[in-house]
Design a binder for this molecule. Sequence first.
Ligand code: PGA
Length: 250
Amino acid sequence: MRKAYIAGNWKMNMTPSEGVAFAKELAEAVKGLDTKVMVAPPFVTIPAVVEALKGSSIIVAAQNMSDNLSGAFTGEVSALMLKDLGVTNVILGHSERRSLYGETDQFINKKVLLALAQGMDVDLCIGETLEEREAGKLEEVLTRQVTEGLKGVSAEDMAHITLAYEPVWAIGTGKTATPEDADDAHAFIRKLIEKLYTKGVAEELIIQYGGSVKASNVKALMSKEHIDGALVGGASLSVEQFLPIVAFDK
Ligand code: PGA
């Protein structure tokens, strides 16, 4: 049985003080719910949010991290620094990292392996652009991103991996994939994981959907067999909008 996993990616929003206010309100609001909840604040907001969430079950993740542990890498943040703050999870391969900052599957894979070696849990994002979907390349793109992104990841380490299927054309656009389209993509990804690993690994794997998830569409998405959670951007920035997503089954 896969436990529902709802994550909020704050992107470049929320100062430390805004993050604290939000985190305290959210922690209060999710008390008693048994959905797994994660928030991913910007780096500088992380320490304050970790502090504000002490004693809460909400997980704090980074939105990215360096492919190196330390050294002369100006502007980068390492897994060691994140762990020192108590951060246990990291989002890697978000489409904005891929498209705006040129991150390749190989580069993302290096970070995935580093995060796992550091004992962190990874939320690996994959998904096709509109151009790729219209050219009939959905399966080819997902196969490449999954195979390359997880290269060298053992079956045992797959327990520390969550995949987030985020069709690029649905991110921040208000356009959501239909629950059926999303579920088809998720089913394809699960089959692929079964081929790369085992049926057991595939069945245990949490696959989140991301791309304009909101209170009004979360139920339909989450009712699908292969959709186990959501990675939420815009609607994760206010408790008013995020809470009904977290409490989708209430
Ligand atoms: P969105 O972002 O919910 O604003 O579409 C999702 C994401 O980029 O993770």
